[in-house]
Design a protein around this ligand. Structure first.
Ligand code: NCD
Length: 292
């Protein structure tokens, strides 16, 4: 039984296979390979893109989706997450997709279930399908990541998207540059800067991240507006550079990325959302039909 909690649960060959399948789906070559399969989505944290993307992905392949209404679930009555998982598992789903504020929550559900667990984001730890769709979007644009410099800007320290991309992109040849003020910089050994204007000149792509205010125990910066004056990607900074801009959403408009850059052809945010559905279809097919 395979699960996807961390991006390193997949080796490079498996990732290439998943991206090939996603590409075929994008070209319209779709078999209903999940007909008669049941997928439960259990999102204990808010979500716009990831939840709907997984649900559309499952439906596109013919699966039935059962969404746990967490506000009305027994977890809110004191049931442990493990017991909730064991009870959901007794209804014999073919996969459970979970989003939870506790880092690593997927790992402790694994012993309680007999189907794949897929992590839709766990605290600040990991968001593997977001990194896969980012990789797909980057590869669509560049063909290869060899010798490409990818900047990651924003609240890197508290971002599961950053963690998953830091684990994944170098495996496909990318060089990383972390761009953040000191309080958002993680203590890891990668090239770092706080000078966005200079960073844009070096980067082939920049992944912008939202300030994860819900994960700050206290406000560590003056205001989002102060942060934006140094770290918002604007047309003035982007100029004529070929750098493309990604963001997992939700975007803090004019804090992370300016209105004009959001409208710019170099901004790939909606292409990421589009690719997310195809990547998640491929992940569901890979794990549920155990295509290894
Ligand atoms: C991110 C998340 O929830 O981890 N969004 C997403 O899944 N597309 C990023 C965020 O919340 O900032």
């Amino acid at each position: 039984m395979r699960h996807l909690i961390h991006i390193n649960d997949l080796d490079n060959k498996e990732i290439e296979k998943i991206l090939d399948t996603a590409k075929q789906y994008k070209q319209g070559i779709i078999h209903k390979s999940l007909e008669n399969k049941k997928i439960i989505t259990a999102f204990f944290e808010n979500s716009t893109r990831t939840l709907s993307s997984f649900e559309i992905a499952g439906k596109n392949l013919g699966a039935s989706i059962i969404r746990l209404d967490v506000a009305k679930s027994s977890t809110s009555k004191g049931e442990t997450l493990r017991d909730t998982a064991a009870n959901l598992n007794a209804m014999q789903p073919n996969a459970i997709i979970i989003r939870h504020s506790d880092a690593g929550s997927g790992y402790f559900l694994i012993p309680k279930v007999s189907c794949p667990i897929i992590n839709g984001g766990d605290g600040a730890h990991s968001h593997p399908t977001q990194a896969l769709l980012d990789l797909m979007t980057l590869l669509e644009h560049f063909g290869t990541l060899a010798n490409k410099t990818i900047g990651i800007i924003g609240d890197i320290k508290n971002s599961r998207v950053a963690n998953s991309n830091i684990a994944l992109l170098p495996r496909f040849g990318a060089k990383l540059l972390l761009i953040a003020p000191p309080h958002f910089m993680p203590p890891i050994n990668l090239p770092k800067t706080h000078n966005l204007r200079e960073a844009i000149k070096q980067c082939d792509a920049i992944i912008s991240l939202r300030t994860q205010t819900e994960r700050h125990s206290r406000q560590v910066y003056g205001s989002l507006q102060d942060y934006a004056s140094d770290f918002c990607i604007t047309s003035d900074l982007l100029q004529q550079h070929q750098t493309i801009i990604l963001h997992p959403g939700p975007v803090h408009r004019n804090i992370d990325i300016s209105d004009s850059v959001l409208e710019d052809a170099r901004c790939k945010v909606l292409q990421q959302v589009e690719n997310g559905v195809f990547v998640r279809m491929a992940v569901l097919d890979f794990l549920i039909n155990a295509r290894s």
